[in-house]
Design a protein around this ligand. Structure first.
Ligand code: GAL
Length: 481
């Protein structure tokens, strides 16, 4: 569906990255190791043996990056802070690393001078290794005061330059991939072929609980001590899928409702109600930690907006719950539910992309926006959305720069936002993943999500893909002045 709907003049559009995926220079200027530095140093942990040590060298190339972004016409950019640059010892009360703070101040000032509004994530998964070693990171409630302290340091040292804060990126993915599937740091799982430690049934729920409490505590600090002087907004980033019932049967519809509650609602609903969705509690029973009344009050209302990372849609059907779990990382978490990319006639709902878990389904995004608006009633910030083109990593540079598959994905997803805004859904940003190709976690450098191609063989030289120019023109034509 194509549309000529417009975006309001104050709409934020641009690209996103995260510290561990782009910065490199992992021991420069007093930085200590993060769990991703440690985890990725084992070549068995990624597709190509890649690690965080150089990434795209943004630590040294940040000026070039800002100039490039400016040439892309964006008005906004999402980046994340590396906790281990700012507080190398992690814990509350430990020394602030001035060199780390100064680097971020330079970058943030550079963005503002270029007319680009920074959206800053406090935690995009690169936990200080010292905190993982000390008390198993987010598995312990000791993380909450340490995260709260880290957040306070960030607001105090950088908050004069930031109007949009994201506390935590995708708590659902951090919990599940890091503590059930074991493919992300810290790599814990019940599967003893993957990890000597972990319990996939309980640990993601405990980690999730502490992530929510850490988020809410960090927001309280901002609201109480910084919001009135600095004037910014703050909220959580949730990864959301759209789920479409495979058939009209009551069973498939119920399975879909459960899928949305479990995956999307796990972290979104508590922000509004102060508690987990009823269906989520039903699925997990006594394994799920309960909030005390004080914690409920803390979590309820702890997001000024809902930030959503969204990539794809799944068809959902009810399955025999006694059957062995079927597909995907969510299977153990979603007993009795099967998800897939084919409709009831076996027709794919979107073309295959360069990664098996994502397919372009723009109409699903439109439905998700309606659902999120209706369910939670908060302003919506799209904080990630993007795709890898088929075979992208195997193409020559010249071929890869002609990324029509991405052009089509990004522009049709953006169209959905414009349409939904017209229909009254308060969507405030479209921050696409990603500004450049980068270290894509367990995929190493093999999954190229960028609108900028990186030459990893030649000092990480940057080459704009067709999509960068296309989206510049798209927003030049659509953004109201
Ligand atoms: C998200 C994550 C990003 C990026 C993206 C593409 O889950 O927040 O860091 O990796 O997926 O896979």
């Amino acid at each position: 569906m194509s549309t000529s709907a417009k975006f309001p003049a104050d709409f934020h559009w641009g690209y996103a990255t995260a510290s561990a995926q782009v910065e490199g220079s992992i021991s420069a200027d007093g930085k200590s190791p993060s769990i991703w530095d440690t985890f990725s140093s084992d070549p068995a942990h990624s597709e190509d043996g890649g690690n965080t040590s150089t990434a795209t060298e943004t630590y040294t190339k940040w000026q070039e990056d800002i100039a490039l972004m400016k040439s892309y016409g964006v008005n906004s950019y999402r980046l994340s802070l590396s906790w281990t640059r700012i507080l190398p010892d992690g814990v509350a009360g430990s020394k602030v690393n001035k060199a780390g703070v100064e680097w971020y101040r330079k970058v943030l000032k550079g963005l503002l001078e270029a007319g680009i509004t920074p959206f800053v994530t406090l935690f995009h998964w690169d936990l200080p290794q010292v905190l993982q070693d000390k008390y198993l990171g987010f598995l312990s409630s000791e993380i909450v005061p340490d995260f709260e302290n880290y957040a306070r340091v960030c607001y105090r040292e950088l908050g004069d330059l930031v109007q949009y804060w994201f506390t935590i990126n995708e708590p659902n993915v951090y919990s599940l991939l890091g503590h059930a599937i074991g493919k992300h740091a810290p790599g814990r799982s019940s599967d003893r072929n993957i990890s000597p430690q972990g319990d996939s049934q309980t640990e993601p729920l405990i980690v999730g609980h502490n992530l929510l409490l850490a988020h809410a505590s960090a927001v309280k600090v901002y609201h109480d001590d910084f919001a009135s002087s600095q004037g910014g907004k703050i909220g959580l980033v949730v990864n959301m899928l759209w789920g479409e019932p495979l058939t009209d049967s009551a069973e498939d519809k119920a399975a879909t409702e459960k899928f949305l509650a479990v995956y999307n609602g796990w972290f979104a609903e508590p922000l509004v109600t102060g508690d987990y969705p009823a269906l989520f509690k039903e699925v997990h029973g006594s394994r799920l930690p309960a909030f005390t009344d004080n914690q409920k009050a803390l979590v309820k209302g702890s997001s000024d907006f809902l930030a959503i990372n969204h990539y794809t849609t799944n068809m959902v059907r009810a399955a025999d719950s006694s059957a062995a779990p079927t597909t995907g990382p969510l299977s153990a978490f979603l007993p009795g539910i099967e998800i897939g990319f084919e409709d009831k006639d076996g027709k794919p709902i979107g073309p295959a992309a360069g990664l098996s878990w994502v397919r372009p389904v723009p109409w699903g995004f439109g439905k998700l926006l309606d659902w999120a608006h209706k369910s939670y009633g908060l302003d919506i910030y799209i904080s990630e959305n993007g795709v890898v083109c088929p075979n992208e990593n195997r193409l020559s540079r010249d071929e890869a720069l002609q990324d029509d598959f991405r052009v089509n994905y990004l522009s049709t997803y953006a169209d959905q936002i414009a349409l939904k805004i017209e229909q009254g859904v308060p969507v405030k940003s479209y921050l696409m993943w990603a500004f450049t190709d980068n270290f894509e976690w367990q995929e190493g450098y093999t999954a190229r999500f960028g609108v900028t191609w990186i030459d990893y063989q030649d000092d990480c030289r940057r080459y704009p893909k067709k999509s960068a120019g296309y989206m510049r023109n798209y927003f030049a034509a659509r953004l109201a002045r």
